[in-house]
Design a protein around this ligand. Sequence first.
Ligand code: SF4
Length: 391
Amino acid sequence: MSKALTSSLLGMDLGEFSVLVSEAGEPAYRAKQIMEAVYRHRVESVDEIATLPQVFRERLEHTGVTLGAARIEKKFGSVDGTVRYLITFADGQSVETVWMPEGDGGEAGDGSEAGETAERLADIPGPGTSGAKAEESEPIAALKRCATQNLRSQDRHSQEHASSGRSTICISSQVGCAVDCQFCLTALLGVKRNLTAGEIVGQVCAVLKDQRVSPPEDRINLVFMGMGEPFLNYENFVTIRPKLAISLNASNDALRTRLMPLNKKWNLDMLIAAAREFPLRTREWITFEYVLLGGVNDAPENAREVAELLRGMRCKVNLIALNPGPGIDFTTPSAERVTAFQNILRGAGTPAFVRRPRGRDIYAACGQLKRTVEAATSPEPQVQSISRVQQ
Ligand code: SF4
């Protein structure tokens, strides 16, 4: 049996669907039928692919092909419109995925503030240690293409979304995380496993379906800033073809090592040197994410050090005031400190944008929802460190 025939349909591209169809002895056009069913209609099981003959559907299921759909287990809505999902996969593992209508208040991917202008469709940024904005992978592109054809049947709810600006889906790349950032609740979960490409795309499908929106008419920005470090799940992450963003979070090595122990292995000199060598396309910028922790890394001197580190680089900085949570020994800085930090960067010629906090009333800190649910449903200790990145 080929690799394709042992995988879930979600996450496959047209080439893989073609292999699957060919190995089953079915005509080539069946590949496009599967593509449309998975990414346009977002069916939730192989049996729901009504365009395929029943006998072919049964054969697929007997050979181990599943849709791989993600299931929304819990859902919390914030007064600010943010919705936090706990999404469960076939093996029972779950991750957090967040819907933020009208963006997250940060940059829009083209250097503008979110919501400032009409931007390109479906930019897809990245993660904790490495945020990122992705060009469309084949599965993501398929979602957009198929959705385009679906637009005429969209209802008014969806039309309203279409006119309300770009929304953001914050997706996870791993169950838990091994990076051990000291200000992050997900770090306290440890890492359990990587998500497959299908599970990554499955989060997007589940949220789009629940929110009843469809790119490209509904402008969607995807960010890998949920649970996990995408670059530690490289093979599945690159399926999304990300643009680079880097979590900086500190202005010098001593501070960064304290906040992100991974800095002992790859210090700031190495990180900045690599960033300076990163090949950028026209109009592309490197994004640095900087979580501001009150009284820790938010001083004017820190801002000046950051400006010096990034001097001359085609980059921008997203400033994120900490989302506090139980078990995290840091505080949120004042709005004045955040603004002062931003102004110093801008004064030094580095574009800096402040992401507005979202959903603080709904277990907003990454990892808090999963930890809370696990604590409520499991007799076992809620914090289990399965493994840690080797320092
Ligand atoms: S520990 Fe948290 S902030 Fe750090 S990379 Fe992992 S998920 Fe992101």
